[in-house]
Design a binder for this molecule. Sequence first.
Ligand SMILES: [Zn+2]
Length: 567
Amino acid sequence: MTFSLKFLTSFKNWLLGLFNKSWLLSAFPQKKKTQLKLPAPYPETDENLPKQYQNHPCPNYMDLKMRFRDVGRMNAIIEALGRDFLTAMPEGAYKSRLGQISFLARRMHEDLAAQDVASLIERAHTHERKCPSDWDEWDSANLHEMEVMYRHHCKVSPDLMEKRAHLSYEGRRRHRDVLKTNDWNAAQGFLQEMIDLQRTIAESKCLRDNNHKTEAPYQALMREYMPGARLEEIDKLFGDFKEKLDHLLPRVLEQQKQQAEPIEIEGPFPADLQLNLNKSLLKVLGFDFNRGGLYETGHNPVEGGTPDDTRLVIKTSNTANFLNSLKSALHEGGHGLYIQGLPRDQWRYQPVGQDLGAAVQESQALLIDMIIGRMPEFFNYLSPRVEGLFQRLGDEAFSAQNLYNTKTRVQAGLLRREADEITYFYHVNMRQSLERDLIAGRLAVKDLPDAWNAEVKKFTGKEPTNYAEGCLQDVHWFVGKFGYFPSYSLGHMMAAQIFKAMKRDIQNIPELIQAGNFKPVLDWLGTNIHSKGRMFRTQALLEDVTGSRLSATPLINHLEDRYLAAA
Ligand SMILES: [Zn+2]
């Protein structure tokens, strides 16, 4: 069949005319400009609305609040998918789940780094300057944090952010596998790809100071985990601390020689009983299981989640030893209590309602895991319960004294996660030094195992016999967390400083812990730290709560009290 050119032309014109008819267009309505709408069913009066939705005289700030709410929602979806990835996801969903997570990370980034976000922030700042009485301290802090988040994203391309999300979840899987296979070649290829990516991201984020000097890429990476942290300050803090620790450690070891070795606590300890114990302890600590849970995974533990869905993930229990899973549950529990205590009612999803970053996060985890969770009174509380649970009534190994001696035994070992409270710092310090060299290109990935072994030998006198107890033991580099390690030691220092302030306000903490009554402790942390979100910056919060900026002295005092007290 053939059509004449004239017929085809008139048919085309008829078709185009059809598309201009309103009845056809009405079938495909044009997208209307989104109007800000308050969600039902909130009460009608504005004061009863959460602060997130309360009207603000600055329309640009209102617009920003709704945009950041949606960014926060996307982040919460990523967190939920991530929990599922680690716990319940069937193996066959692996690749599609990676695609979903990295797609969402890209969308979130694009919404955050949009050009009009910058102009909205600028106009909101102008309003804040002109009408300061319209801005309370929460709104001002929220606007400030919006800008911090925008700056953090705006220089990095969506492609890089998508790749970062993809590699970080792929890295969890890779790490789990290389731990089993001890396959350095497979690890090396992946780590190289991850380091190249991190370096590219760091270089696009580097800031310049007033003298046009560009900061070190490592510092740019660290800023994501510890806003405001400066490398020079950390070097000074760590340098001074190490000097004191180098002096303290031999004294502790000398004193320890006079004490009998702890009685070995022998298993087996069924995994389901360990999980029940850990869940019960979290409940006693005040963790809200209505908004969270404790799950086990074949991967390494992970912090995170949101205040409404705080699913803690720890490594599957080792039946030979219950104290390791218990330590892990206390540590992740400390993170979880912080997350659940954030100001979600008023500021859910807003930047000001989030935690203060890795160092403060670790302070809350280490306060529970290392400081409170290793008090003699904690073991007085624990001992009869584990004796009963594991049916070891009257077993000396389960006495409070032996549990305490076991957990406070100082002995430099190869594994960071099993390190005692004193030698923990050496693990963190060597990792931050190695990762700085990796990012700066001073250390090639292929030379990492040798460099690692040389460093670890300096303070343990031992060398790893496989990669799982050597340079592959931590998940951090596999998920792209370069710049995170310093937060453990900063967090430990903060925890000791915060605990000192808590003891000033609550005089009977040992008695409370012995009775299993953590409520006053959690209430204090909630009021002073958790519920503040990001209203203060880290140093300002510490000054407000403890009376001074971050200092290593309270941690040194705490270590001396605990480990040299009997001298
Ligand atoms: Zn942690």
